[in-house]
Design a protein around this ligand. Structure first.
Ligand SMILES: Nc1ncnc2c1ncn2[C@@H]1O[C@H](COP(=O)(O)OP(=O)(O)O)[C@@H](O)[C@H]1O
Ligand SMILES: [Mg+2]
Length: 294
């Protein structure tokens, strides 16, 4: 069976500046796959090429075996999109926005009621889009993206700058969609979100995929599994950290344990932040700032 998404050696430059640099990855049908990366990493540019919104410079993109952009008419029927720019018609109501999109895509209006309920928007359907909170706006975009029941759903930073309740609701919805068989491709700059939500994720940094896999494998492969030991030395309590992946350090930890001076041992699982530091050599927030300056 074809993978839901297959990308090979994809690149894009703007004014000679390469912002997507030969990335390759596959998304299997029915999984939640995430691009995790700081602002400016190239996530949105990648999505925009995958949904045929901008041209690629190099490489290939296939959605269920169909080439993008050559087979875009067919691909459009398979995919739903929630863009990062919250582009609704401001003067139309929630419902009118959905009706407009439904008519464009030959979707029956009865489906609008169904989808409004699914995203808990029924009571807000007659509000003008311009008066919506960011969270309600995002739910309207999700409803719009799901109207035609896409098999593959792209969400660009779906919970960015949302209040915690709206973010939670959207994450629940994404899980529910996956459980019903929809393939999800999302981007995020929230590590906890990627960790919590994605079946597999690709860490993106300066146009490159620097690591890819499920989050616990990434932590195992790139993180530093370690233990912290509190011990007594001349009436002072000290803490030492020992890596479990380094033989010398394991020996030292064993010696300390054998000395009988240990008061407490804590295990330390690596975080995605640590994985990022390992594979990029730069701090997450530093990286975000340096990208914003450029
Ligand atoms: N249309 C464009 N023209 C010029 N530069 C762009 C354009 N779109 C994005 N960029 C630049 O490409 C880089 C990656 O941007 P983007 O893909 O939006 O990153 P992300 O979504 O990960 O924050 C950034 O440096 C951004 O300024
Ligand atoms: Mg973006």
């Amino acid at each position: 069976m074809n993978p839901a998404i297959s990308v090979e050696d994809l690149s894009k430059s703007f004014a000679g500046n390469r912002v997507v640099n030969g990335i390759s990855f596959r998304v299997e049908a029915g999984e939640i796959f995430g691009f995790l990366g700081p602002n400016g990493a190239g996530k949105t540019t990648s999505i925009r090429m995958m949904i045929g919104e901008i041209s690629k410079d190099q490489g290939s993109i296939e959605i269920k075996g169909l080439s993008v952009p050559q087979n875009m008419a067919e691909v459009k029927k398979l995919i739903g999109v929630v863009p990062d720019n919250q582009n609704l018609y401001d003067r139309l109501t929630v419902r009118q926005n959905l009706e407009f999109f439904a008519d464009l895509n030959n979707v029956e209006h009865s489906r609008i009621d169904e989808i409004l309920e699914k995203v808990f928007l029924t009571e807000h359907q007659h509000k003008a889009a311009t008066n919506l909170s960011r969270g309600l706006r995002q739910r309207t975009l999700i409803a719009r993206g799901l109207l035609h029941k896409p098999e593959i759903f792209f969400l660009d930073e779906p919970t960015s700058a949302l209040d915690p309740n709206s973010a939670l609701l959207i994450r629940q919805l994404v899980r529910e969609l996956r459980n019903q068989g929809t393939t999800i491709f999302l981007t995020t700059h929230y590590m906890e979100e990627a960790d919590d939500l994605c079946d597999r994720l690709a860490i993106m940094h300066r146009g490159n995929i620097v690591a890819c896999g499920n989050s616990s494998d990434l932590k195992k492969n790139y993180g530093r599994e370690s233990i912290l030991m509190d011990y007594q030395e001349n009436d002072v309590i000290k803490t030492a950290e020992y890596s479990l992946t380094d033989e010398q350090q394991r020996k030292k930890a064993a010696e300390l344990l054998a000395s009988g001076r240990i008061l407490k041992i804590h295990s330390q699982e690596a975080s995605l932040e640590e994985v990022f530091l390992r594979v990029t050599g730069s701090e997450w927030h530093e990286s975000e700032e340096s990208q914003n300056e450029s």
